[in-house]
Ligand binder design. Structure first.
Ligand SMILES: NC(=O)c1ccc[n+]([C@@H]2O[C@H](COP(=O)([O-])OP(=O)(O)OC[C@H]3O[C@@H](n4cnc5c(N)ncnc54)[C@H](O)[C@@H]3O)[C@@H](O)[C@H]2O)c1
Length: 252
């Protein structure tokens, strides 16, 4: 078990990639704090973990709310004495329109959740990890949209490019404190968000798959495996990467 007795926070842990990662981390022995705005769904995830004999707890959190991540982490530290790892993954799809048609409120919300939300978490996590002799590991969810641009997704592209920049800055500044900060850049992953953003029709799925070198959409577990590795000692010399998990999409 690579993460036995490690205390790990997962934001957006109630659904999709976050949920699969909660389960994968628990399998590797971690105690996982499942943080999400959708607290009832998070409670279902935790109940399923406990039924299977694992360790998890719920944390109601809106990552975009100023001070909320710091409060959540203070509470984790109060209970467990430390925070070993964090997966800052909560995110929303943006408006599917061209730059000229983006409403200011839509722009602001996507940046608030997908970029400032990650910043809020990273800042509170590093503040805690600096105080621990053991340091810590942080993984942020960016996207292929943090490496290249998809059309009709300017706010989302901007936020995810920002997450990659934030990840590199934090890795640079806090590597000397034994804190490794990395990002994953998922491609097309079968989750409720993909359905919402791209549509759920078979025709649409085939079109997406045809554009990926591996010719398929991935399951959330395929991202969870990479995140678990990045949070484990098996990746001990990996810092500051923005790792595509995209079936080869961004090499094209
Ligand atoms: N699905 C994909 O194809 C794909 C591709 C690249 C990147 N991503 C990224 O992966 C992450 C997870 O997405 P997913 O596909 O699993 O989507 P999802 O909608 O299944 O899960 C997202 C989770 O984040 C939570 N969330 C949203 N806003 C929040 C907030 N303000 N505070 C706390 N929790 C909040 C939601 O309640 C939900 O549980 C996102 O950051 C997304 O941008 C997804």
């Amino acid at each position: 078990m690579r993460l036995e007795n490690k205390v790990v926070l997962v934001t957006g842990g109630a659904s999709g990639i976050g949920r699969a990662t909660v389960n994968r981390l628990v399998e590797d022995g971690a105690h996982v704090v499942v943080a999400d705005r959708q607290v009832e769904l998070a409670a279902e995830v935790v109940a399923a973990v406990k039924d299977a004999g694992g360790n998890a707890e719920v944390c109601e959190l809106d990552v975009a709310e100023e001070g909320a991540a710091a409060t959540a982490i203070a509470s984790i530290v109060h209970t467990h004495g430390r925070l070993d790892g964090a997966f800052n993954n909560a995110g929303i799809a943006g408006p599917g329109v061209r730059v000229l048609d983006i409403e200011p409120d839509d722009w602001a919300r996507v940046i608030a959740v997908n970029l400032t939300g990650v910043f809020n978490c990273v800042q509170a996590e590093i503040a805690q990890m600096i105080q621990q002799a053991s340091g810590g590991g942080i993984v942020n969810t960016a996207s292929i949209c943090g490496l290249v641009a998809l059309p009709y997704a300017a706010a989302y592209n901007a936020a995810k490019h920002g997450v990659v920049g934030l990840t590199k800055s934090a890795a640079l500044e806090y590597g000397p404190k034994n804190i490794r900060v990395n990002a994953v850049c998922p491609g097309f992953i079968d989750t409720p968000m993909l359905e919402q953003a791209a549509g759920a029709t078979e025709e649409r799925r085939e079109k997406i798959s045809a554009g990926v070198p591996l010719r398929r959409i991935a399951g959330p577990i395929e991202v969870a495996e990479v995140v678990t590795w990045l949070l484990s000692a098996q990746s001990s010399y990996v810092a500051g990467v923005a790792m595509p998990v995209d079936g080869g999409f961004t090499v094209q």
